[in-house]
Design a protein around this ligand. Structure first.
Ligand code: AMP
Length: 416
């Protein structure tokens, strides 16, 4: 019997890979402009890391983690997000001791046991950014600006950057109390998760997507009115720095992110065309997390982009195949010189492909569908005259050039 992939875990097929490369390469290019470097942590960590890092009261840890006991009896988990892993790595290798400011990104798969639907999978990919060691509101704004620049460079339409401040431990206490009192007589209209959260983590009720919960929190107090002086000034400065970086944004007092560790600045970036799962990126400041994980008392801010949702928006992005299709002859001696041509093209960094075991006609058909702009033919006649026929597959025209000039001609035709 045929064995199929596990539900919610997708293959990324060759027909789609150009889009993935485009997104990953664009991210690398933008992050380089801002001075960020890559770190690649493993996908498997001790379960405890996520309990401590993300908070055991969050959906991600409580319900969605892929956890198992390995052969040595250790409880391990497939990472549901990257921040805890990256911070574990930074602490373990003492990176902050080498440079107290760390600007890091990572790209890779995450695992959450969620109900799969369009835009929501059990293995999905994130581009993740962590910036450690800076408290300045301008560093928040610069981080948000980098997220916005990436979304723009990817060509995502209808971008909306929503920001909020979740305050610090002190101002949040006061807000939590007021929010709990507000939610008290709404309990009947809350979903079962929220009536539980109401007592443990009432902020999460503000974030619930269930319609009755959304209605219940209409008119709820806004955290902005509870910010202490330090948090209020920080939030104002973030906003004015965002303006200086020319990042359009909207304040959303209901924006609470799903993970527990956020403090002060939080944000979400949404794009057009994704329906209900329209968040492509989200993140925020986490001033206590590094210490919680056993590191120094250093603050941080970060964000994550979901790659699958971006890829869905890039459906029109045709892969660029800037190279040549080389048609082979049956005659062995003639074919040999085409093989030499293939090798010469690749040595000159020009992508080149041929199809073996096919008739001349079938090869020409394949060349037409290959996506390459050029097709090269080197037959008996060409061999005798030491020339190559170059066919422009888009214009359906062809020219013959001396073999010694073929590279130069192809380069100019491919504009390489
Ligand atoms: P989070 O780590 O929950 O803040 O999510 C950050 C981003 O990752 C979201 O905005 C989504 O784009 C993406 N994401 C989160 N969960 C999933 C999932 N189960 N499937 C696909 N993408 C996801």
């Amino acid at each position: 019997m045929e064995i199929k992939a596990i539900r919610g875990m997708n293959d990324i097929l060759p027909g789609d890979i150009a889009k993935w490369h485009f997104v990953e390469n664009t991210a690398r290019r933008i992050f380089h402009l801002y001075g960020f470097s890559e770190l690649r942590p493993p996908v498997l960590e001790r379960t405890e890391l996520f309990f401590r890092g993300i908070g055991d009261d969050t959906d991600v840890v409580e319900k969605q983690m892929y956890t198992f006991i390995d052969k040595s009896g250790t409880s391990v988990a497939l990472r549901p997000e990257a921040t805890a892993s990256v911070l574990r790595s930074v602490i373990e290798h003492g990176l902050l001791g080498m440079d107290p400011i760390q600007k890091i990104y990572s790209i890779g798969p995450m695992f959450r046991y969620e109900r799969p639907q369009k835009g929501r999978y059990r293995q999905f990919h994130q581009i993740n950014v962590e910036r450690l060691g800076e408290d300045s509101p301008s560093s928040d704004a610069e981080t948000l600006s980098m997220a916005y620049d990436l979304a723009s460079a990817l060509g995502l339409g209808g971008l909306r950057m929503e920001v909020n401040s979740l305050g610090c431990d002190e101002c949040r206490q006061e807000f939590k109390k007021t929010l709990m009192a507000f939610l008290q007589d709404k309990e009947k209209s809350l979903c079962s998760d929220c009536s539980r959260r109401m007592k443990t983590n009432p902020l999460r009720v503000l974030d619930c997507k269930v319609v009755s919960c959304r209605q219940a929190v209409e008119g709820a107090p806004a955290i902005e009115n509870f910010l202490c002086e330090g948090c209020r000034v920080h939030y104002e400065k973030v906003q004015s720095a965002l303006m200086a970086f020319d990042v359009p944004f909207e304040k959303n007092p209901r924006l609470v992110r799903g993970l527990d560790y956020y403090t002060r600045t939080t944000f979400e970036l949404t794009a057009e065309g994704l329906g209900s799962q329209n968040a492509v990126a989200g993140g925020g400041r986490y001033d206590n997390l590094i210490q919680t994980l056993g590191g120094p008392d250093v603050s941080g801010i970060g964000f994550a982009f979901g790659l699958e949702r971006i890829i869905m928006l890039l459906d029109q992005h045709a892969p660029e195949k800037n190279g040549c299709f080389v048609v082979l002859q049956e005659d062995e001696a003639v074919q040999k010189s085409s093989l030499e041509l293939l090798s010469m093209l690749r040595s000159a960094q020009i992508p080149a492909e041929a199809a073996f075991d096919k008739s001349f006609k079938a090869q020409m058909r394949k060349a037409g569908k290959s996506g390459y702009p050029l097709c090269l033919i080197l037959g008996q006649a060409e061999l005798e005259q030491s020339i190559v026929t170059i066919k422009d597959l888009q214009a359906s025209s062809q020219i013959q050039v001396p073999r010694a000039e073929v590279l130069q001609k192809i380069r100019s035709m491919l504009d390489k």
